[in-house]
Design a protein around this ligand. Structure first.
Ligand code: FES
Ligand SMILES: [Fe+2]
Length: 482
């Protein structure tokens, strides 16, 4: 296709020199840091700095990585069988024998609590003739294959082979279930198929430090909704890690959402983590000068969290301060904790991190969201997107039963899951676009996608890390000219 696409517009050739640019000076104000500096309750220290990406290439990304089966197959080997990935929440498996099944492309794991302080992950395949041992979660005290009844203890050692006289060549001592690595952080259970992988603690890089005040450990999964998305898993994720599209795709939020002044952070030497912060309760720079009442009313219109008593903004007050105050009152009531000192940013803002390859946990208390994006089985052109809400546990640590996953049907929209509240409308707008993006890339005669230098720097960072796992150079031109 590059045969006829004008070569000078493809941007596929990496220039040898990457000119360092700092475009943050051209970003419209006020900056996130300007807003945080005037907040009533100050932001945590990790929020008071910024780290715009430096020395990123400006080359296009080859579009094959969004639909090629060959690329997908290599992702299985180099990403899904090499990287730590979130499998479930700890509170989903509180008792010994509780388990979930975690599926990723061809692979399946039984993630099971094997002791009060021990969780293991077993390859979900019988060592007789390969039958999946479990197809869904639950609680069992042994793992028994439904075909001929071979049975393992929870510690993975073989318990029983029916009619063992006929299998004298099978040594029970070497017939334990193979395992994957397991680690936990922030109340999440992570798994890794690579037994030689780097420890989870180092893989997480600066994430634990940044989440220290967000306390995900003391939350529980209050909602969990999934949908098959009509696009590659990376396309789905990329639509949720930049705010460049907000003005056009979600114009309803502009009276209360800082889109074009969003802060994007990619830290030097950090491979797996990036961040964006969008302030709320202030208008988009494109709506500068609108009355504070409009900011308050439109935020209340879209976010039921702010419903109830009217919010008056008096002379000398700001919409942001009044909305943050209301948010703190609501969060205090729902958590039964005194949250009056919670920072304005944790009360209101979109504080979103990404953990390579496919987890997008949000910080703060305002939007207690985690996204996860996975290929839909072996299909590179569809994916499973999940939205989870993590609410705080009661002060005594108790909490309602964690939500089980609701899978939306092909004709259902995110808005058909009322538990998602105002997040659903935004996700539906993105889903409509994602179908167009996948189809549009298939018909494109341009061999690469073009990325903005600053606002799409997290996508660039993600692909740079992806390239490294795929064994490619930092700036791959794979697919160019094909
Ligand atoms: S396949 Fe599992 S016992 Fe036969
Ligand atoms: Fe969006």
């Amino acid at each position: 296709m590059a045969d006829w696409y004008p070569a000078d517009l493809t941007h596929m050739e990496p220039s040898m020199e990457v000119t360092p640019v700092d475009l943050t000076s051209q970003r419209p104000g006020p900056s996130v840091q300007d807003v945080l500096a005037t907040d009533v309750n100050p932001a945590p220290a990790v929020m008071r700095s910024e780290s715009p990406a430096a020395n990123q290439a400006d080359t296009d990304l080859a579009i094959e990585r969004y639909f090629s089966k060959d690329w997908h197959n290599r992702e299985v080997v180099n990403v899904w069988r090499k990287c730590w990935q979130m499998a479930c929440r700890v509170e989903e498996i509180p008792n010994v024998g509780d388990h979930v099944v975690y599926d990723i492309v061809h692979d399946s794991l039984i993630v099971v609590r094997t002791g009060p302080d021990e969780i293991r992950a077993y390859i979900n395949s019988c060592l007789h003739r390969g039958t999946m041992l479990r197809t869904s979660g639950g609680c069992v005290q042994r793992l028994r294959c439904p075909f001929h009844g071979w049975t393992w203890k929870l510690d993975g050692t073989l318990l029983h082979i029916p009619q063992q006289w006929d299998l004298p060549h099978v040594d029970p001592a070497t017939t334990s279930l193979p395992e994957a690595k397991v680690g936990t952080w922030g109340g999440y259970v992570f798994v890794n198929f690579d037994l030689e992988c780097e420890p989870l603690a180092s893989y997480l890089e600066n994430l634990p430090e940044h989440f220290a005040s967000f306390d995900l450990e003391n939350r529980y999964k209050a909602a969990h909704v999934a949908k098959i998305m009509p696009c590659n898993w990376k396309l789905a994720m990329e639509a949720f890690v930049e705010a460049y599209h907000v003005a056009v795709a979600h114009p309803q939020v502009l009276a209360y959402y800082g889109d074009s002044n969003t802060q994007y952070d990619v830290w030097p030497g950090v491979r797996h983590v990036s961040r964006m912060i969008s302030v709320q309760g202030v208008p988009s720079p494109s709506m500068r000068g609108i009355p504070a009442e409009r900011t308050v009313e439109e935020m209340r219109r879209d976010v039921p969290f702010f419903a109830g008593e009217p919010i008056e903004v008096a002379e000398g007050e700001t919409a942001r301060a009044k909305l943050a105050l209301r948010a703190r009152q609501k969060i205090s009531r729902s958590t039964q904790l005194d949250m009056s000192s919670l920072s304005d940013t944790e009360s209101l803002d979109l504080i979103e991190y990404m953990l390579f390859p496919n987890m997008v946990p949000w910080g703060g208390q305002a939007l207690p969201i985690t996204y996860r994006f996975r290929p839909n089985g072996d299909d590179p052109e569809s994916s499973i997107m999940e939205i989870m809400f993590l609410f705080s546990k009661s002060p005594d640590g108790s909490h309602p039963a964690p939500a089980t996953m609701t899978m939306l049907g092909p004709d259902e929209r995110w808005a058909d899951a009322p538990e998602l509240g105002s997040a659903a409308m935004v996700a539906d707008q993105d889903t409509d676009n994602l179908m167009r993006i996948q189809r549009g890339l298939r018909t494109s005669r341009k061999p690469g996608v073009t990325l903005a230098r600053y606002q799409e720097s997290r996508i660039r960072h993600f692909h740079s890390t992806l390239d490294a796992y795929m064994g490619l150079g930092e700036r791959s031109t794979e697919g160019a000219g094909q």
